[in-house]
Ligand binder design. Sequence first.
Ligand SMILES: Nc1ncnc2c1ncn2[C@@H]1O[C@H](COP(=O)(O)OP(=O)(O)OP(=O)(O)O)[C@@H](O)[C@H]1O
Length: 593
Amino acid sequence: MPTGTGVVDAFKNLIRHGKNHHSSRQQDDAAYQHAYAQSQMQQQQQQQQRAAEQQSRQQKEAQQQQQTQKSSPKYKDHVEQIVQEEREAKGKMPVYKGLENYKLLEKMGDGAFSNVYKAIDLRSGQKVAVKVVRKYELSASQAGEKHLNREFKKKPRVTERANILKEVQIMRGINHPSIVKLLAFFESLEHYFLVLELMEGGELFHQIVKLTYFSENLARHVIVQVAQGIRYLHEERGVVHRDIKPENLLFDRIPIVLSKNPPPKQFEEEKEDEGEFIPGVGGGGIGKVKIADFGLSKVVWDEQTMTPCGTVGYTAPEIVKDERYSKSVDMWALGCVLYTLLCGFPPFYDESINVLTEKVARGHYTFLSPWWDSISNSAKDLITHLLCVDPAQRYTIDEFLTHPWITAAPAPPPQPTPFSSVPRALDSPLLAEARGGVREARSPGLATLKEAFDITYAVHRMEEEGARRRAQKGGANRGFLQNLNESDEEEESVSVMQPPSGAGAKMAAKRAVQGDAYDGRAGQRDRGRRTGGATKGFELDMEGATLLGRRHKRGADGGIAGIGAHGGSPLTQSTREQDHDLMETPMSPMRVD
Ligand SMILES: Nc1ncnc2c1ncn2[C@@H]1O[C@H](COP(=O)(O)OP(=O)(O)OP(=O)(O)O)[C@@H](O)[C@H]1O
């Protein structure tokens, strides 16, 4: 039933036109409904108008209010708080029980079971790096489900505990300007926390990628600091690091002072200007360089008793040999790092893990032309004495530090060469792909580069452990640290059998073939050649626990037996079918705990 003013108006209308008296009932109804519809429309229009008026009034009020609020300090604080909250939410840092005295600022790196954060010690205000290591592994289903109340596997990873304790034990005794200091160590129910001296620049690896390669002055500045750290470890602490690689070398940033006379570009590559090299300070943004990550380190002699560690009852020659082998692993690594600094790619590389292992074992590398053409013979000479297959022939740290290239004063920048003499557009053969067009990116290519280092060193560590096992057959009393070393050995034999993920498997196939500048018989120049044709080098005798031994089992005759002694360029080896088969198998990361 219509009600209100609309209906009244409708009736008035009807009366006005006299229809109320003369129309039939039907007509009255139609008129009534028409009047009713009209009144409804009018009503709606009025309501809409009122609503529009009210809305515009409210908008005006809100605008006025905003104007006054925006200029008020309270409003500004509020907005800033929201922006800050949004920023924080983006880079949200996890909260760890037991780490309440530290405020995590940003993530700096991660390993297989650890994360490293830049943090502030809230008590002292000091900036530090905190390495957080998980004690327990999430079971596969739990890891995927991301439960809030996560349950951990009951069984602690005992090997990991031993490794962490060893790392801490070793780092505690170390105090050297070229080695990252351990400031504190503590643990909660679920994590170990290592508070470390902060190296703001991060990994040297990224700086190599950024600059493509280093000038000889800058390479010397870096490698001398690393070598001094190694000398301290070897000679004063009886420790071998065993994992010296650009990833584990951290640096402090310094400002780049633009070159007065920018050095000529060697090739049409995007080598960033390193800037002026300042002796004693650095260049290319790199100041102090320090060794980090003692996760694979070993103690080879007890600094207190000055006797070899845990070798009571062993005969002297084996002990001496054992210790020399251990140290020589670091010297080999030093050679790999120096080579990489100077040209931007590692000395040993192949997409096939078998071929790479073979090259490392035989010491087959080259000073690849044209990248090495302008690098001094003195630098090459030093490298040949480090990448020398026979550990007995390899330079010791003292020999390294007295080599003429190391003791030379920084040279003035090279004279410009006309660009027309440049053969063609070039970039470091691996880095060009490693970058994948993105500078400093952690592209799969970069991961492959890192894996090349890992494999190279793993082969040498295995060699060292093989020597130790041979020496220790029969057993003897072992000291505390030697027992810690033992757990590591077991782990190593597992970890090295994991080939790199397939990311770089197809890399080399695309790579341009380069000619050899030098046949790459590392360390053979003036140390005397071996008899019997092919260089024997060391035996990869790991008693069935080796990378190669295991690959034989897995790869159906795809192991080292099928590989001839290659003497060619490290970047020219063809990849054989069986190697491909192995590479296609999806694999977990190299490090296995
Ligand atoms: N003191 C530090 N200052 C700055 N960054 C650091 C520091 N220590 C470690 N990092 C960063 O964290 C990364 C991982 O650290 P570290 O190598 O000690 O851990 P990890 O778990 O042993 O790693 P991995 O599994 O690669 O051996 C480093 O490569 C580096 O980028």
